[in-house]
Ligand binder design. Structure first.
Ligand SMILES: [Zn+2]
Ligand SMILES: [Zn+2]
Ligand SMILES: [Zn+2]
Length: 710
């Protein structure tokens, strides 16, 4: 459709947001990877020689780890095909994958230290000393080489090229993967994977403008850039010198806007996160419409749990909502999907009496582990139990292997610690009994992404020849593990209490039974009225589970949210303006306040009306009439008041701040969460004793509904 914008029927496709809905494990990822693959080749065939074709977004960073591996493998296969079949031109950029997660799982800029990256000087010294790869074994995002399948991928810093590579020590191939933000701008890879939070990068990193406009320049050594840093390319003055006569202009990229935006686990974009995301998505669509071909990305959502998704989609993307696959004439059947009679999961409900849910969950997980280990020791017992008379002995271990890994799902870190200790105890007990120790791992939101990836990779690659005592057999996890984790061998699941919502329950339980039939044991909380009632209605609850999913609440019209997104959106617009020669921008862009202030005072007559036109467009629906007109108008009116009365006057103040971002009254968002700092409650002296008693008491008797861990 992007090739024929004059065809109104095709153009109208962009006015819809489609959501791919498949039950968990039903092939949703495969469906959108297939679409991305098609778009990759189509873009090359129509002459887009470089730049981003698809941007895949996840609500949480943890979700993207396993998807990164799958996407990378698909991309590598596509690249081989591209070369072999000579698709596009031989001078096109090779397909590559950018993991845009700087600041959390990988470095923003190789010059700054942050997370595991110790800054340029230290890492360069480690490289020269030959210890770099060893130092960063835990920081690899990919361990198993997609080319040769050996676990030999290492990180390598190329000092001259200022590049951080994932490279295979066995087959010597460099993976087409860019994990620092700067390298993503410098290469503009065909697929970008990020969290939704990374949309805030449009305010903080002017090089993000290349995602809409393509790059201005190309440094022969360090790749694309648009705004020179200290007169050189974005590798920086220590690494690059400007060629005589300046850097050449980059070859213009045809239709630089990503053809596809895929939002996975869309149902998680709710409440505050959903509202912030809605405003930034509005901004992205506005930036895209003002660049290249003037066409925004096609937006696709994907989710395993959607209920009354229409309102959520209308608010998030301001376009017409549509679900795929559309239902057929018969329940459970459509042109694209079918329902099969075989079962995936066996559910067992347990309501403890006089014991806490975590204690009982630990017992259940322990029993499952012990029983599987015992059956592995005594194939005869297994044969009797399952009446497997015809099967040779050698086949029995293979039969048990997919049931070796168990996961205990907990709602709080505290219970995670408890189950971890219980597993340690169990491991000792089993060893005393002459059985192998139990390798286990606790995976919560605080576990760094590479550690999470390493645990997942272990379960994937360990096989029957790995000694049992060395195999990872037990996991304890919070909601971190409830999305996107797809492990064939994870089929025993124990829940210490119900997850907060029915949607969460569907997601968590879908971790088991992806290939083989799974067993789910839910230990209900006897203290919670809600959970006791779920136990009493166990059968009907499970039969009607899909209908228990509540609509996702998003309110993009919440003024507090719009107030918070305004500075970031204005700043992103200013970076965008700095790409428009008609607005006479400084070549360095608007990132530094000294450049910005000069531009702002000289070109106010141009910039003011430009912003007056574009800020409202960021907050307004893309397709008119999708949302209520009154709500849309009110939001725009209030936000423009805030701009004119509060934020704009602030930009005129003296430029003490180095970066333009800090000129705003409220700092532009750097993330969509942790916005509210928690407030400590305090008491007056007179009630101090009572308060203390109460505080101690609540801490002691903690039970019932726990706060879910992010
Ligand atoms: Zn290799
Ligand atoms: Zn350079
Ligand atoms: Zn440097």
């Amino acid at each position: 459709m992007r090739e024929h914008p004059q065809r109104t029927d095709l153009r109208a496709e962009l006015d819809h947001t489609d959501v791919l809905w498949f039950p968990a494990g039903g092939g949703k990822t495969e469906a959108y990877l297939g679409l991305i693959l098609t778009a990759l080749f189509y873009d090359r065939l129509r002459g887009k020689h470089a730049g981003v074709t698809a941007w895949l977004r996840f609500p949480l960073r943890m979700l993207s780890v396993q998807q990164l591996d799958r996407t990378l493998r698909m991309l590598i296969a596509a690249e081989e095909l591209r070369v072999e079949r000579r698709i596009g031109s031989p001078h096109d950029d090779p397909f590559a994958l950018g993991y845009l997660a700087g600041g959390t799982g990988s470095p923003n800029d190789l010059h700054w230290d942050g997370g595991w990256w110790r800054g340029w000087e230290t890492e360069a010294a480690a490289t020269r000393a030959g210890t770099f790869a060893e130092d960063h074994l835990r920081d690899r995002l990919v361990i198993t080489c997609p080319y040769c399948e050996r676990d030999s991928v290492r990180l390598r810093l190329d000092i001259d090229a200022v590049r951080l590579h994932h490279e295979c020590a066995a087959c010597q191939r460099i993976l087409p993967l860019h994990v620092s933000d700067v390298e993503v701008y410098r290469t503009l890879p065909a697929i970008v994977i990020s969290t939704v939070d990374k949309l805030t990068g449009h305010s903080w990193f002017p090089e993000f403008t290349a995602f809409q406009h393509g790059p201005k320049h190309r440094c022969a050594e360090h790749g694309y850039f648009s705004f020179p840093r200290f007169g050189v390319c974005s590798a920086g003055p220590d690494h690059c010198t400007a060629p005589k006569g300046g850097y050449p202009a980059a070859r213009p990229i045809k239709d630089p806007v990503p053809a596809l935006t895929v939002q996975d686990e869309m149902h998680l974009l709710k409440e505050e996160l959903g509202a912030f995301n809605a405003h930034y998505e509005g901004m992205i669509a506005e930036l895209q419409s003002g660049a290249g071909s003037g066409l925004p990305s096609k937006v696709l959502g994907a989710s395993a749990t959607i209920e009354q998704y229409q309102d959520q989609l209308r608010q998030l993307y301001g376009r017409r909502p549509r679900a795929f696959p559309a239902p057929g004439w018969t329940l459970g059947e459509s042109f694209y999907t079918t329902t099969r009679p075989d079962f995936r999961r066996v559910h067992i409900g347990v309501l403890p009496h006089k014991r806490r849910k975590a204690d009982v969950a630990a017992i259940v997980q322990g029993e499952l582990l012990t029983e599987i280990a015992r059956l592995q020791e005594e194939p005869k017992a297994l044969r009797e139990r399952l009446a497997l008379h015809g099967l040779p002995d050698s086949d029995l271990p293979r039969l048990l292997f997919p049931y070796e890994v168990s996961l205990a799902y907990v709602n709080s870190k505290q219970h995670g610690t408890q189950l971890d200790e219980e597993l340690g105890q169990l491991s000792d007990d089993l060893q005393h009994a002459g059985l192998d120790r139990v390798e286990h791992a606790v995976l919560t939101g605080e576990v760094p992404v590479p550690d999470l990836a390493a645990a997942i990779a272990r379960v994937q690659r360990e096989h029957l020849d790995t000694p049992r005592g060395e195999r990872l057999r037990a996991l304890v996890g919070t909601s971190v593990l409830s999305h996107g984790v797809d492990l064939e061998r994870l089929n025993l699941l124990v829940l210490a209490g119900m997850p907060p919502t029915a949607a969460d329950y569907i997601q968590v339980t879908a971790r088991a039974g992806r290939t083989h039939a799974g067993l789910v044991v839910t230990v209900y909380d006897p203290v919670s009225r809600r959970e006791r009632s779920m136990f009493s209605n166990f059968l009907s609850y499970h039969r009607l589970l899909d209908r228990m999913v509540t609509p996702v609440p998003v309110n993009k019209y919440a003024y507090f949210a719009a107030r918070r997104t305004l500075p970031g959106i204005v700043l992103a617009l200013l970076h965008d303006a700095a790409r428009d020669p008609a607005l006479k921008p400084p070549p360095e862009g608007a990132d530094y306040s000294k450049d910005f202030k000069r531009w702002w005072s000289a070109q106010r007559p141009l910039l003011d009306p430009w912003l007056e036109r574009r800020i409202p467009a960021c907050y307004r629906e893309r397709v008119e009439g999708v949302n209520g007109r009154g709500l849309e108008n009110d939001l725009v009116a209030r936000i423009m008041d805030t701009w004119r009365q509060e934020e704009r006057p602030n930009l005129n103040k003296g430029a003490e701040e180095k970066r333009t971002a800090y000129l705003f009254l409220q700092q532009p968002l750097t993330s969509f969460r942790d916005i509210d700092k928690s407030t400590a409650f305090q008491s007056l002296t007179s009630s101090q004793d009572a308060f203390n008693a109460l505080a101690t008491n609540t801490a002691d008797s903690k039970g019932g509904e726990d706060e879910p861990q992010p």
